[in-house]
Design a protein around this ligand. Structure first.
Ligand code: NDP
Length: 310
């Protein structure tokens, strides 16, 4: 079997177009555009790129945004005060504090202070609790994006065996809750799971959120499974690439390492997934592209709920 490639780009674009037209309606009928506040602390280069992409997307879709960039030495109390002021600012619909935060900051205290109604990352314990109870909540963006990929690609979730490898609060656990809500039979695996291949190989839907390049191989994949690769790993050693890619793609990856110093690799061995799975999300170009689209979705949903609009 050769797996169907599930490209994230057209799905992300379709979602963005839907959101853009919803925002245009909100402007026309209700006279406002939802507002996302993004807070970045320090000068982590990856965070700068992520925040830049998020702000550009707000502009592209017609959302308004507020950007606070604070110095690396910002005190915990200062950041708490900023979050509190954003909570109290009635014009702000969504608050996103870009992680990671500098070590002097108490990350949990910051995330727990965010008004759950404005918590567009879906990390607040109230939203986590509501999600686990199957109630309306703001849902973490990456797992929400996976559900969109599955549904919009016509992959049946209800009744399927779904196996998630990884149990982080950001991906693995909310992914499990969302798949359960869609009536999959869900198994969560982690580093202490015994005989991972035999469990993973029972999955109709296999979600990899591990953080180890090319970790899931042929013996983890059931024939015809939908393999969703959430992993994003920087690989700079060409010898690691030889095991993962063939032919043209191998040449391309080696050239990228030569030019840029690294290439981005998923948690699934692509060569094995293509040979055995029924469907497969590539890295890059798969799940990663949905995350920002779902952040915009959450911002619009938060705005509508706060303002009592159906
Ligand atoms: P974490 O490091 O928080 O979690 C990794 C999980 O994988 C843990 O639960 C860990 O188990 C499990 N794990 C590690 N090694 C093994 C093993 N040998 N066998 C089985 N399970 C194992 O990572 P995240 O969830 O934050 O991210 C996972 C991946 O997804 C990363 O590559 C990250 O870059 C990517 N990512 C992509 C996003 C996007 O597309 N936008 C967003 C967020 C993440 P244990 O709990 O026992 O330690």
């Amino acid at each position: 079997m050769t797996a169907k490639i599930l490209n994230g780009r057209p799905i992300a674009e379709a979602i963005k177009m839907e959101i853009k037209s919803e925002i245009a309606d909100l402007r026309e009928v209700h006279g406002f555009a939802p507002c996302l506040a993004v807070v970045r602390v320090g000068d982590d280069p990856a965070s700068a790129v992520y925040v830049g992409n998020k702000l550009n997307t707000t502009e592209e879709l017609g959302l308004t945004s507020i950007h606070h960039h604070l110095p690396a030495e910002t005190k915990n109390e200062e950041l708490l005060a900023l979050v509190q002021s954003l909570n109290e600012n009635d014009d702000v619909d969504g608050i996103l504090v870009q992680l990671p935060l500098p070590t002097q900051i108490d990350e949990s205290a910051i995330l727990e202070l965010i008004d759950p109604k404005k918590d567009v990352d879906g990390f607040h314990p109230i939203n986590v609790g509501r999600l686990s109870q199957g109630r309306e909540s703001l849902v973490p963006c990456t797992p929400a994006g996976v559900i969109e990929i599955l549904k919009r690609s016509g992959i049946e979730i209800a009744g399927s065996n779904a196996v998630i490898v990884g149990r982080s609060n950001i991906v693995g656990k909310p992914m499990a809750m969302l798949l359960l809500q869609e009536n999959a039979t869900v198994t969560i695996c982690h580093s202490r799971t015994r005989d991972l291949p035999s469990i993973a190989a029972r999955a109709d839907i296999l979600v990899a959120a591990i953080g180890r390049p090319g970790f899931l191989r042929s013996d983890h994949i059931k024939d015809g499974a939908a393999v969703i690769d959430v992993g994003i790993n920087k690989v700079s050693d060409p010898s690691q690439i030889l095991e993962l890619y063939d032919g043209e793609e191998l040449e391309k990856r080696l050239a990228v390492i030569e030019n840029r110093g690294f290439t981005l690799v998923g948690d699934v061995n692509k060569r094995d997934a293509i040979a055995k799975a029924g469907a497969y999300t590539p890295v890059p170009g798969g799940v990663g592209l949905l995350t920002i689209a779902m952040l915009m979705r959450n911002t619009v949903d938060a705005a509508k709920r706060r303002r009592g609009i159906d």
